[in-house]
Design a protein around this ligand. Structure first.
Ligand code: UTP
Length: 289
């Protein structure tokens, strides 16, 4: 079945980025000159998905504003003859059809996805985490939609990570069934150090069947009161197959200080306006390293 809708959860508090995220959503922090979530919205649009369900929370209204038309700003740019910037601004609001749903309390990723139940309805849908940036020639979710055409169940993005970092991720144990595709046998959320069943980490892109909603409704909150998506996926895996897809591309955790800086450097070095200047500047820093 064709995937036509994408859910982008963006209601978390972003505590790893405080105090920057006290009033500014981490999803709006810029990677060079574009907010993280805009890269994600572009990935969705380039993948042919028609509708985005944005999960927002307190202090997150500015995300919706970013994707709305801004008549005042457009008039100002028109008056100033800045047609180049006018085009950039107009493209943002025309990207996709956006529906936003409020998650009243950030009760975990599983709960955030559950908030989209009514709008998604009874069809498979994509999930893209609002702070997970994937730089790829073919957009990651598009790669996944192609694989999903020939399968049932669920598809999750995975990536090999260094063994010593496995405890920071959800890790799968799986059997390779074709190039880059694993049949998932087990999933462990943030395994104890040295106890991860593999180095294949779950990354923030999923294609899920609507059945996940009924399951998430029954998942018990964890010790911190959060409903974890991984718990829902484990339950789902008892009913339908789940596959892991090792996508082609570079991934940045833009909700984490180090990942955010990595993304800025990587995109900055390729930016037509500042790339050469940045490269020159970084060379002058080599004495610090
Ligand atoms: P994270 O766990 O990275 O977000 O969730 P967080 O809770 O904001 O981060 P920290 O740990 O406090 O820094 C991944 C994505 O899921 C969303 C977040 O906004 C982020 O884009 N999310 C998370 C929700 O929408 N609701 C939640 O309850 C939790």
């Amino acid at each position: 079945m064709k995937v036509k809708k994408a859910v982008i959860p963006a209601a978390g508090f972003g505590t790893r980025f405080l105090p920057a995220t006290k009033v500014v959503p981490k999803e709006l922090l810029p990677i060079v000159d574009k907010p993280t979530i805009q890269y994600i919205m572009e990935e969705v649009a380039l993948s042919g998905i028609e509708e985005v369900i944005l999960i927002t929370g307190r202090e997150k209204g500015s995300i919706e504003d970013h994707f709305d038309t801004s008549t005042e700003l457009e008039n100002h740019l028109r008056k100033k003859g800045r047609d180049d910037l006018l085009k950039v601004v107009q493209e943002i609001s025309g990207m996709v059809t956006l529906v936003s749903v409020r998650q009243k309390e950030p009760l975990g990723l599983g709960h955030a996805i559950l908030c989209a139940k009514r709008v998604v309805g009874k069809e498979p849908f994509a999930v893209l985490l609002g702070d997970d940036l994937i730089d790829a020639n073919v957009p990651c979710i598009r790669q996944m939609m192609k694989i999903y055409q020939d399968m049932d169940g669920a598809l999750i993005a995975i990536q090999k990570v260094p063994r010593q970092e496995a405890h920071l991720y959800g890790i799968i144990k799986g059997k390779k069934v074709m190039d880059r595709v694993y049949s998932v046998e087990e999933m462990v959320e943030k395994p104890e150090k040295g106890k991860a069943p593999s180095n294949l980490a779950i990354i923030g892109r999923y294609i899920l069947p609507p059945r996940i909603f009924d399951i998430l409704e029954r998942v018990k909150p964890d010790r911190r009161g959060e409903i974890q998506l991984t718990e829902g996926l484990k339950e789902l895996n008892r009913e339908v197959p789940i596959y892991g897809y090792e996508f082609i591309g570079d991934r940045y955790d833009a909700g984490d200080k180090f990942g955010y800086l990595q993304a800025n450097l990587s995109f900055g070095l390729r930016h037509p306006e500042i790339g050469t200047k940045l490269k020159r500047y970084l060379k002058t820093l080599s004495s610090y390293c």
